[in-house]
Design a protein around this ligand. Sequence first.
Ligand code: AMP
Length: 190
Amino acid sequence: MFNLVLFGPPGAGKGTQSEKLINKYGFVHISTGDLFRAHINDETTLGKRVKELISAGHLVPDEITIAMLEGEIDKKPDAKGFIFDGFPRTVIQAEALDIFLKNMGENINAVIALDVDQDELTRRISERQKISGRADDAADKLIKRIDEYFTKTIHVLPYYADQEKLTKVNGIGEIDHIFNEVCEVIDRKL
Ligand code: AMP
């Protein structure tokens, strides 16, 4: 099994690169943001609990997010690998994922962080909002999301660097060029 964490701030290109990775490697893609949006759309109990938090740009509490993620992994016993997109976003989530995988006899094989500066992120997300209509892409909510990233999520990087699993890839430039660099990292570790 090959387990990849695709890491980066909102707008770094995690979703775009994930789509290409699914096609190339056939890994199961788990995006916690997509899962939450589906729950909100379907008006599930979980969706109702998290809707306000997400539209305000806050992180969902760890215990809710971790339980949802573990449930998704359990649904795919035949997966040959997972791409974790938007998870972990806190060190507590990263630790929980390590323990969960360890109990399955697995681990995280690589962490790829897409590096994009703040001006470019803001520009990309305001473009995306015109198409996505996502409430949390609006300018005032985006400030909160970027703030959550730089106060809570950034600490996940040293967590994986200490485990010697982290590779940074420049997330600015041609999508295919970035994809090639991402694939090189994976292929080295496969
Ligand atoms: P994303 O599509 O990954 O940008 O996620 C959209 C929103 O869902 C985030 O701004 C958070 O409110 C919530 N969310 C997604 N993943 C997580 C996570 N791992 N931990 C906490 N909240 C999350």
